[in-house]
Design a protein around this ligand. Structure first.
Ligand SMILES: *[C@@H]1O[C@H](CO)[C@@H](O)[C@H](O)[C@H]1NC(C)=O
Ligand SMILES: *[C@@H]1O[C@H](CO)[C@@H](O)[C@H](O)[C@H]1NC(C)=O
Ligand SMILES: *[C@@H]1O[C@H](CO)[C@@H](O)[C@H](O)[C@H]1NC(C)=O
Ligand SMILES: *[C@@H]1O[C@H](CO)[C@@H](O)[C@H](O)[C@H]1NC(C)=O
Length: 365
């Protein structure tokens, strides 16, 4: 009898786990926007432009600072209420006055972009380089730092992503020359692998003097996805498993112009939703699977909640895999309401309330 009940229960659990419905994030909560945003930790004094974020396997955050100094920060236990942004390394070498993209290359080893730029982020050609930051053990925040290579042909390297099947290869966009670089971290050799109109900056669209074209990059299902900040769009192009683009056509994946005025870095959630931060827009915008359903889901253009969000990454701890951590510049590029800035910070966005209704997923209408 008992064993029959257990069998029935197991069968029920099995059926429930096979049903695609159980994969949905609480679809009934889909309209509860904006999503809740919590400040995890903030730099003490403005100005402080935090630029990019990666998550260690132990759950700690790593955050690069673009200005005022090239500092790498960590946030240990970001789900704790008492979390702090702690500096763990300051670059103190020529041609590394700003830090940009960060990506994991080998377990607990990260590649970091450094270079020189004017205060309004106009890059100095020939100053950009890529560094390796290695944690010798999961328990430590002490780092082994070394330069991987200079990328002398670049003007403003920005995001960076590791090739999934060959992690010694990095794909690195140049936001100002509008080029895509490929770097072999074993040899230090870099090459331009593509030069397309969709990579170029178009500062006149936002009445700016300094432009940002291709900015954030992610690789998913054989495509390189990239944002163009000035065009306010996400594009994609096929990438070979060795990290080349060849003559593959660039496609528009999602147009974010109806939702915001700028797009900075972005990341994918496990279900294929794309989470983009809008920097000047002070929001987070979600793109549904397939590039459909572009929606502002957190922050607001006139609020400090996500003032100048620059990049986001999902947690890797047991309890925060559905938490999007976003780093901010405090509105330095475009002050909130024209005048208000604050120090950069890390916010946590609980994405569990965001889901698609059945009709969105199954096309049932
Ligand atoms: C921070 O909070 C955690 C969990 O509540 C606690 O274990 C830890 O001792 C606290 N650390 C400090 C420095 O207060
Ligand atoms: C710094 O950048 C300049 C180009 O502005 C370059 O000539 C020089 O070799 C670089 N120095 C280092 C240490 O990379
Ligand atoms: C740019 O400036 C022009 C002329 O001042 C103005 O008409 C236009 O609305 C501005 N565009 C944006 C995006 O601010
Ligand atoms: C911006 O202006 C709006 C409208 O006056 C106001 O509600 C909001 O609090 C302001 N934001 C900040 C950060 O001061």
């Amino acid at each position: 009898m008992i064993s029959n009940i257990i069998t029935a229960l197991l069968l029920f659990v099995w059926i429930a786990s096979c049903s695609p419905i159980s994969d949905l994030h609480k679809p009934e909560a889909a309209t509860e926007l904006p999503l809740p945003v919590r400040t995890v930790a903030q730099i003490d004094t403005a100005p402080a432009w935090l630029e990019n974020i990666a998550v260690r396997a132990n759950g700690d955050l790593l955050v690069t600072q673009l200005a005022p100094a090239p500092v790498l920060f960590t946030v240990k236990n970001p789900s704790f209420k008492n979390a702090t942004l702690d500096p763990i390394y300051q670059f103190n070498v020529p041609n590394a006055s700003t830090l940009l993209g960060i990506t994991e290359t080998y377990p607990d080893t990260f590649a970091i972009i450094a270079g020189n730029a004017t205060p309004n982020a106009d890059g100095y050609p020939g100053t950009f380089s890529v560094w390796s930051a290695k944690f010798p053990s999961p328990q430590t925040s002490k780092l082994e730092i070394r330069k991987i290579a200079n990328v002398p042909a670049a003007k403003f390297l920005n995001g960076v992503i590791t090739l999934p099947e060959r992690t010694e290869i990095l794909i690195i966009p140049d936001s100002q020359y509008g080029l895509l670089f490929r770097l072999d971290t074993r040899t230090g050799r870099s090459e331009v692998i593509a030069d397309r109109p969709e990579f170029k900056p178009y500062p006149e669209r936002q009445n700016k003097t300094v432009g940002f074209g291709i900015n954030g990059v992610r690789i998913r299902d054989g495509y390189l996805y990239f944002s163009n900040s000035n065009l306010v769009k996400i594009f994609r192009v096929r990438l070979t498993r060795d990290g080349y683009v060849g003559q593959a056509p660039v496609e528009v994946y999602a147009d974010l112009n109806a939702a915001t005025t700028f797009v900075d870095d972005f990341t994918f959630a496990g279900d294929g939703t794309l989470w983009a931060v809008s920097n000047d827009g002070n929001t987070v915008v979600v793109v549904g699977p397939g590039g459909k359903k572009v929606r502002e889901v957190a922050g607001a253009s006139d609020a400090l909640t996500i003032a100048g969000g620059t990049a986001g990454a999902f947690g890797r701890g047991a309890g925060d895999r559905e938490v999007l951590y976003v780093c901010t510049a405090g509105g330095l590029d475009a002050p909130v309401n024209g005048t208000v800035v604050e120090a950069g910070k890390i916010v946590a966005i609980d994405t569990r309330g965001y889901g698609y209704s059945e009709s969105d997923i199954y096309g049932l209408v």
